[in-house]
Design a protein around this ligand. Structure first.
Ligand code: C5P
Length: 244
């Protein structure tokens, strides 16, 4: 697996579609040399591994965004299946599943030598406010909990976390080099923010230390998705810490 700082493909397009036809029709308009794609719970539940294979056959690497959260043995099995049966490039688990679950997720692939997908953590869902956390018994503000869970992911052997634009700088400052930060909530100036409350520009997020950006509607909803992607790519490449 290439380290992120040597990876020319920093954009992950969120395939938030409901069916196969719409998804594949959209992918006809994108070049797998320019981006990766994310398949989440809705599309995977509707179309399953068969669609994962079809998307891969078109040359796209897949971030499988299923946020596994269960007892350690079950999560380890799911991680192995995603790696060995589906061959995904990246997948995620909920950090709040605890140390044993995270270690099981990280260790599930330890005997695989040829191919190591990234396994990253989800810290605090961006839909949760400090009040929501308090109701769940978490007294610290969300930022403190995000950092605590990111450190737990790192200690357990996970490769990084998904984080909001608001957390990138905090995590980049506090987490070791090479710990991946994957960031949704990305908008160019002029893009509709939709239901995203706090957004950041692609160049700004990369400059703050994000490794990969997850972008959905500004590309999936564009009249010319390839042109929109190219636009995102140029903002990213102008802001990479180590351009190559
Ligand atoms: O369309 P948009 O660019 O807002 O899509 C962002 C993608 O990232 C969606 O698939 C969304 O579910 C996902 N995501 C997010 N915020 C998080 C975690 C995931 O927007 N905290």
């Amino acid at each position: 697996m290439k380290p992120a700082d040597k990876d020319p493909k920093r954009l992950i397009v969120a395939l938030d579609f409901v069916g196969e036809k719409e998804t594949l029709g959209f992918l006809d308009r994108l070049d797998p040399d320019n981006c990766r794609v994310k398949i989440g719970k809705e599309l995977f539940t509707a179309c399953g591994p068969a669609l994962v294979k079809k998307v891969q056959q078109r040359g796209f690497d897949i971030f499988l965004d299923l946020k596994f959260h269960d007892i350690p043995n079950t999560v380890a099995g799911a991680v192995r299946a995603a790696a060995l049966e589906l061959g995904v490039w990246m997948m995620n688990v909920h950090a709040s599943g605890g140390r044993a679950m995270l270690e099981a997720a990280a260790g599930a692939l330890s005997d695989i030598v040829c191919w190591h997908p990234h396994v990253i953590g989800v810290t605090v869902l961006t839909s949760l406010s400090d009040d929501d956390l308090a109701e769940l018994g978490v007294r610290d503000p969300a930022r403190d909990q995000v950092l605590r869970l990111a450190r737990l992911c790192d200690a357990a052997g996970l490769g990084g976390v998904v984080c909001s634009p608001a957390e990138v700088a905090l995590l980049r400052e506090n987490m070791p080099r090479g710990f991946l930060l994957v960031t949704p909530g990305i908008r160019r100036s002029g893009d509709a923010s939709g239901d995203q409350k706090r957004v950041m520009g692609p160049g700004e997020a990369i400059a703050a230390g994000a490794d990969y950006l997850v972008v959905g509607r500004p590309i999936t909803g564009a009249t010319d998705p390839q042109a929109a992607l190219a636009d995102f790519m140029s903002e990213v490449s102008g802001n990479l810490p180590n351009p190559y």
